[in-house]
Structures are given as structure tokens and as C-alpha cells.
Write a protein of this length. Sequence first.
Length: 417
Amino acid sequence: MAMGASSPMLSFPGPEGESVTALDPPDCCKGHWRDACGVFGIYAPGEDVARTTYFGLFALQHRGQESAGIVVGDGQQLDAHVELGLAFQVFDESIIRRLRGCVALGHVRYSTMGSNILANAQPIVGEGHFGPFAIAHNGNLVNASPLRRQMEADGVTFYGSSDTEVMAKVLERARAATVEDAVVELMHTVRGAYSLGIMTPDRLIAVRDPHGVRPLCLGQLNSSGWIIASETCALQTVGADFVREIQPGEMVVVDANGLRATQVLESPRRAMCVFEFIYFARPDSTIYGKNVYMARVRMGQMLARCCDVDADMVVPIPETGVPAAIGYAQESGKPFGEVFIKNRYIFRTFISPDQRMRDLGVRMKLSALKEAIAGRRLIVVDDSSVRWTTTKPEVELLRSAGAKEIHLRITCPPIRY
């Protein structure tokens, strides 16, 4: 098996042509790039906000499969339903009908900090000096542990182990009279990567860390409804129009008075997580002004230019490896073929929370088409190889199917931190 050389540095133009480097994350991102939760929020009086949020979570299910939750507000109080499982397992028609209101916040979770227990599921509901609220988080804090220890020393009780609960406790302890002021205090307190949805019974708030590590976008539904979502694909699913991305360091508030935005923190250096383009995001989403599918095609083209080899066919590891393999085949002039048959009813193995389930998932997910493999020299293209958990069994499948040569090409640069 021949291994591809290191992939070239990837950079993408950001807003107004600003250069955004993807391979030089701030300290808040290093070691925590695995996080891929999905956040969806809506403010739309007169709409079925719970049902819309459910559809939005369905569109973001690829970002997390451990738990799902929706909280709604009717102007006076909050009503929540949060459980472990996929969105369709957690919600049924009776639950959706019960969740009535003008504002809603939803979340699907893949854990990076905190185990897979119900106490860590989101959104998390709390009670601040300004009243009840709910918070949903995609990201990872680097100062969650010292903040938690400090609050525990002050007598604060924690029921889970997530950094989102730490942020909820910061909001609860804030002396601010309004939720907006409390959120500003939160942004000045926490450090790390965070894209947040926060709601009260009558308003929706979106917040992004000053580096813009995780995506968060703003959309409009009809003439008076506003939506926040981790990816633009969720906007498309619910029929909303993309307006813009939430800017790094920005707080956007939506309520009966309309929409208002405040730049709370300066954004000295933007550092998106390159794994959004490589693996996490859905191909039909747009991040930093770039379509994810086309970005993956270009990665494959770049890989062919620097790391080509004589072979009979270019084949992808499904599914996120397909666009890159198409790009590789286009650039190299070699034929593209699909030799893996995927069981489409299996979960995403990398997102699975423990190693045993990941190993089982690889064996269940793919089988090799021997008639297309035997005696051929294959260039096998994949988006990434983080733990090598899936790559090794996939190569063994090709060997057992009679591949003459296997040349592995990975679009993602080496994982070193």
C-alpha cells in the first residue's frame, strides 16, 4: 500500500476576500477539533416553531447522534424535551404538538467534553437573574475546568460534565439585569471555540467566539421569522433564505423589536476548523462563502497534482471521500469508479462515541465489489484518517477482493495535535 504525501496547505477566502487559513488554529481549537454538534434556533411568532426546529435538527443530524433536544418559549415560560438518541427517536407527533411557542432552540450532540449521559444533553435550561433561559453549544472551551472548580468551591452544584453546563452556570450567576448583558459577561469569561444559541421565553440570541472556529449562520423565514443554524443546509431544509454568517465575536438578538447585532469582542485572527470542509459539514452547505462539496472536489484536484501515481482507477471511500475522488480523477485523467457498497442504514462511524462501536460500524458499513477490484491497481481517496480505525479495515477489504495495488491518498493534512 503506497501512502500519499502530506497534502498542501488549504486556505479559503473569507468575507470580502479576507484570507482564512485553515491549518493554523488558535490554542482554543487544538486537541478539540473533533466537536461537531448541531445548533438550530428560530424566532417566528405564529409559526410551528417546534416542528420547524425538528426538521432543522434532521438536516443537522450528521453533526451529532448521541442526543437531541428542543426547548420552546411562549413569551412567559419555557418547555423542554431532551433525550438520548437520534432526532426521530427522541420526538414524535405528540411531543411536537405539545411544544408550542414563538421561539425555539434545538441541538444534536456529539460529545468531546463530557460523557454520553442525559445530564450532558442539550439544550440546557437554567434560571438567571433575568429569568429562565436555554443554551445550546457547538464548540469546546479551554477554561471550562478552572471555571468549574471555582464555582464548585463557591457551592455551585453540577449535574453533568459538559462545558455547556459551565456556561449555563456562568449565565445563572451573572448579576446582569438583562439576558443580553449576561451573555456579554459570558463572552468575556469563557475562552475557546463556541457557537451558541441562547433563548429566553421571548427572544433568541446567537453568539460566536472571536476566532470563528465553528460555523453559525443567520437565515430569514417568510417576512418576520429568523433562524440561526450551524449549517446552511438546515436553512434550505426548512425553506429559509440565507442572510449571512454570524460574525466572530458577534452577538445577534431577535425579539419583538426585530433583529439587532453587536460586535462584543474584537476578532484579531479568524481560524476556522478545517475539518468542517473535510468531513463534518454536509456537502450542500456553504461555509465562509465556499460550497463544501466544491471545496472537497478541489482538495482532490490538489492531491492529484502533487501526489499522482500510475494506476487503473480512482475509487472513493464513501461518502465524504466521493467529491475528492471525483476531483482527483478529473485532474489526473484516470477513470473514476465506486467499488465499495455501503449499507445506508448504518451510522457515521467516526461520530460514534466509543471505539468498540466504531470498529463494529466499519465492518457493518462497507463491503467490496470483487468484480470491479480483482487484478486492478487502485488509487483509494478518502477525506481523512484520524484514528486509522476505518482505514485499515477498508484496505483489508480491498486486499481480500484481489486488488493488485492499493495507493491510499488522503486529502486532509496529517493530524499532529
